[in-house]
Design a protein around this ligand. Structure first.
Ligand code: ADP
Length: 756
């Protein structure tokens, strides 16, 4: 039978109260009152005996004295009990009343002893005193000081009687000695008795304390047990009602418990599963053996394990489960079994696969789109090459005014088309994450000035001022992608000119040093139409324009800023815009770079100034499968016509290299049978055998990617010309790379890019 905790606490409290000084005094006081009558029986018998032995009068007096002592003591104690006053003062007072009571008994003994000289009175007195001492001794554990006061008085009383007898010479000497010794013996017995009383009391208290302590422990164990039972009950409820399968295995790894969810998911009832190994029940031929090995390994090292694996259900279907296996290790570190919680994730897996498939399909689509756009752009660039190139050729000849205007229109339409194609190609590359950003040293000032020179005529045409200022730049050379910086800058300045009717456009370049290098800021400010605030966030989206109607008037595709912003971000920066409608806009391009002292390794040069002179007797091999291109190059290089040799594919190019020994080769990259890269390799191999002197080879390609340029360089080409080819650039490149003996300046040994 377990006591509730509170009851045990009460018991302990009561016990502590009882053995405290107050508690013991209370017991003493109540005991004295309870046994009052019992004690008076002794008093009356004593008084009666005295009455018989001496005189009834003396007996009566003794009775009165004894009763008076008792009355003082008991009435005082009763007052304390009634008031519940057991404090130190009450205890001290009770010592006094105990002494009075002892003195009253001692007076009675004196009366009896003194009134008679016979041994019978002494015997009676000693016996009476013994009774009183025993009586006092019985309450010793409860009120020591009262008992001690009584004992001292009794001892003094007895001793004084013997002394009196001795002095008075009452009775024989032998008799006196005999009585004294007998009294001492009696006294010793009484002492032993009191000690016994005291010890038994102490033992009883210790036993009681021990009992209470045990009760306490029992109580705690019971409470722990009760809590555990409750917890076990809850756990059992959780396990039974969990949505996940719960499997508990024993030390041998055999199933000893499964919940309802396990049955629902696996199809096996608990009875079917009990005693089986989970593997023999649930593994499928498709279950990953490495996953199973990992589970066993985790078990060996007492580690929990979580993984996804395939289980087979009772009806033979494979399902994906996410399993969490935790070993149950006892205090001695021995695995007593395992708890596995399994969740059916088949649907999630299916969705995951669908998502992955969809992602692959989307990526495939994006790749296909990028490839398609690259192909379309390439294919469009080739005829455009013809249109722009031929227009260029026509314009270099003598034309009538209206003819010149017509050709000029064809040329600018071709160039506009080329810009659109370039933009679409850029966007598709950016979206497919295929945009390559170079990091090469370049002259920022020269780049921007060159770009501005190109666009200057547009501003002039509209009567706008155009300025470019540089604030303190840490250097001239910076690491980065000059082509892309130029492209974004041209887009911003181009837009600014396009959307400004009067006033002007100013560009300001500054550098802000930061932890990752310098941040270049190019702020392009105009006094144009501005952009409404609610459109500011949208103008960077592809094909977005601030106001369809207004901008339609200005033309454009809405791609420029989308491309520019993505390029800026790829260069570690961004484009910010601030604009006030009617007052103008300020677009700021930011990008991260690093100032360098060294001169650039490769240069992106733009033919500026007049048309370069090319050696008149130079022999140029043109390898291009496209007839229009061959025709165009024939016309562009009209002035060296006798020295022009044509090849329609790579194999013919190699043959003509062998037989004709040209001074320079213009090599198309994509040709049937053998492309330009392969043909260049073969030519370089032939040269390496020492059978022919090295010849400069310039790539001619519609693919304007850095990777193409790297491939050209790697194959052994010297330069790179992108289609559509402009007369000015073609001549500059030929003049640059023509062999020294043909008068042209020495060619650099590094790859040169002539970009449009
Ligand atoms: P596009 O100029 O070909 O339309 P962009 O992406 O370069 O495409 O610009 C998107 C739109 O942002 C423009 O159509 C125009 O509405 C607005 N915009 C860009 N630059 C300016 C500018 N400097 N002033 C006013 N509006 C501008």
């Amino acid at each position: 039978m377990f006591l509730p905790a509170r009851e045990t606490q009460n018991t302990r409290q009561k016990f502590e109260d009882r053995i405290s000084a107050e508690g013991r005094f209370a017991s003493y006081a109540r005991g004295r009152l309870t046994y009052f009558l019992g004690r008076q029986v002794l008093t009356i018998i004593g008084a009666a005996i005295l009455g018989v032995l001496v005189s009834p009068k003396l007996g009566f007096v003794a009775l009165l004295v004894a009763l008076a002592g008792e009355a003082v003591d008991c009435l005082t104690l009763r007052a304390f009990v009634r008031r519940g006053n057991y404090g130190p003062r009450a205890r001290a007072a009770s010592v006094g009343t105990a002494a009075i009571q002892a003195i009253s008994i001692s007076i009675c003994v004196w009366l009896g002893w003194g009134a008679t000289a016979g041994p019978e009175a002494r015997f009676f007195a000693v016996v009476y005193m013994c009774g009183a001492v025993i009586n006092a001794g019985l309450v010793y554990p409860f009120h020591r000081r009262a008992t001690e006061a009584r004992l001292v008085i009794y001892i003094i009383a007895i001793a004084s009687l013997f002394a009196l007898d001795g002095f008075a010479g009452r009775g024989s000497h032998g008799q006196l000695v005999f009585d004294f010794l007998a009294t001492l013996m009696l006294g010793y017995m009484v002492y032993t008795f009191i000690r016994f009383v005291l010890r038994s009391h102490t033992k009883r208290i210790a036993m009681e304390r021990d009992l209470i302590h045990r009760q306490d422990m029992l109580d705690q164990s019971f409470q722990t047990l009760e809590a555990r039972t409750r917890e076990a009950h809850h756990l059992a409820m959780v396990a039974a009602n969990a949505n996940d399968s719960v499997i508990v295995t024993d030390r041998e790894g055999r199933i000893e418990y499964t919940n309802a969810s396990f049955t629902r998911v696996s199809g096996y009832t608990a009875e079917e599963a009990l005693g089986k190994l989970p593997a023999e029940l649930l593994n499928s031929p498709n279950t990953d053996t490495e996953a199973i090995a990992a589970i066993f390994k985790a078990r060996d090292i007492h580690e929990p394990v979580r993984m996804e694996l395939i289980n087979r259900t009772k009806d033979g279907n494979d399902i994906w489960v996410e399993t969490n296996i935790t070993p149950m290790v006892d205090d001695d570190g021995i695995v007593q079994g395992e708890v596995a919680i399994e969740r059916d994730i088949t649907q999630a897996k299916q969705r995951e696969k669908e998502l992955a498939d969809a992602k692959t399909a989307a990526e495939e689509g994006a790749r296909a789109k990028a490839q398609f756009l690259a192909m379309v752009s390439h294919e469009i660039r080739t005829p455009l090459n013809g249109i722009i190139g031929m227009s260029d050729v026509l314009l270099s000849g003598a034309l009538q005014r209206d003819q010149r205007e017509t050709v000029q229109t064809i040329l600018s339409s071709g160039e506009a088309l080329l810009t659109i194609i370039n933009d679409i190609l850029d966007l598709s590359k950016l979206e497919a994450g295929k945009m390559e950003i170079e990091t090469i040293p370049f002259d920022l000032r020269a780049q921007l000035q060159g770009a501005l020179a190109l666009i200057h005529p547009l501003a002039e045409e509209k009567g706008l001022s155009l300025s470019l200022t540089f604030e303190d730049l840490p250097a001239d050379q910076f690491m980065g992608d000059p082509g892309r910086v130029r492209q974004v800058f041209l887009n911003l300045v181009g837009n600014a000119i396009k959307f400004t009717k009067s006033g002007g456009v100013s560009a300001r370049v500054s550098a802000v040093p930061g932890p990752q290098g310098d941040e270049i800021r190019i702020a392009v400010k105009d006094t144009g139409i501005g952009i409404p605030e609610d459109r500011l966030a949208h103008i960077f989206a592809a094909f977005a324009q601030a106001d369809g109607a207004t901008t339609r008037h200005f033309g454009g595709t809405g791609l420029g800023l989308a491309i520019s912003r993505q390029l800026a971000r790829q260069m570690g920066g961004d484009i910010d815009v601030a604009s006030i409608p009617g007052e103008g806009s300020c677009f700021t391009l930011r990008f991260l770079t690093r100032a360098v002292d060294a001169a650039p390794k490769t240069s992106t040069c733009k033919a500026t100034g007049g048309i370069a002179e090319i050696p008149p007797d130079i022999r140029i091999l043109v390898a291009d499968d496209n007839r229009t291109n061959r025709l165009l190059l024939g016309k562009l290089l009209d002035r060296v016509k006798p020295g022009l040799i044509f090849a329609v594919d790579g194999i013919e190019a190699v043959d003509k290299f062998r037989t004709e020994a040209p001074d320079l080769i213009l090599m198309d990259m994509s040709m049937p049978r053998c492309d330009g890269i392969e043909a260049t390799r073969l030519i370089r191999e032939i040269e390496a055998l020492g059978t022919a002197p090295p010849v400069p080879i310039l790539a001619l390609t519609a693919n304007a990617f850095a990777s193409d340029r790297d491939r050209c360089l790697e194959a052994g080409m010297d330069g790179f010309l992108t289609k559509p080819i402009r007369r000015r650039d073609l001549f500059a490149a030929i003049a640059d790379f023509a062999p020294a003996h043909l008068q042209a300046p020495a060619a650099s040994d590094t790859l040169k890019t002539v970009a449009l």
